[in-house]
Design a protein around this ligand. Sequence first.
Ligand code: PMT
Length: 219
Amino acid sequence: MSAALAGRRLLVSAGPTFEDIDPVRYLGNRSSGKMGFAIASVAAERGAEVTLVAGPVHLATPAGVHRIDVRSAAQMFDAVMGALPCDAYIGAAAVADFTPRAFAGSKLKKVAGTDTLTLELVKTRDILAEVAAHALRPALVVGFAAETDDVATYARGKLERKRVDLVCANRVGVGATGFESDDNALLVLGPGGFERALGPAAKTELAARLLELVAERLA
Ligand code: PMT
């Protein structure tokens, strides 16, 4: 196994976040964590010192990886910021964009005579954008973009808006790639019109190919 990332510190986020509504309900998403765990695993095999910030997933910790488990977007934010500095941050987590304004201490009840329930949501902090703007900004900041349509256009928008070095776009909501599956297809975008299509392939294979791009940029 090549040691292309020997001595490099990589920080990877993976999985969903769960935003609690009350003691029994939460807002979540379909991320299984497989994509981020594959990146952490392959990076450790290639000699990197890897910290993996994981949302609630059912996956074993890859060999040699330091894992920090979190539940909410706010906890993921704190864990990622607390793990800086590093050489590269790879944000593969599906972080909630919104969280309930208030946590209800007891289970929400149906109200007689009302057929609707209104939940007020507030924006979460954008971990990726804040890592990219941080005083301890890693040399390389890599984001993901989960899109249902117009993948390249929206992903290039994220690259520019969030001021990151690479964005890995993947289509979600169609076919057997993206969320939950063992396979995926990535369109990696970078500044100056850089574009590289990876896959469809197993997430471990895509992780290996993405980490080649990362290693080249850290060299
Ligand atoms: O976990 P799997 O089942 O293997 O599925 C993999 C995946 C589809 C979840 C993964 O490949 C992926 O696309 N992850 C990013 C999903 C996502 O939240 O995309 P986004 O377009 O909403 O966010 C763009 C980027 O901003 C992401 O790097 C995300 O981590 C980051 N972000 C978003 C919101 C927020 N509050 N903080 C963030 O850091």
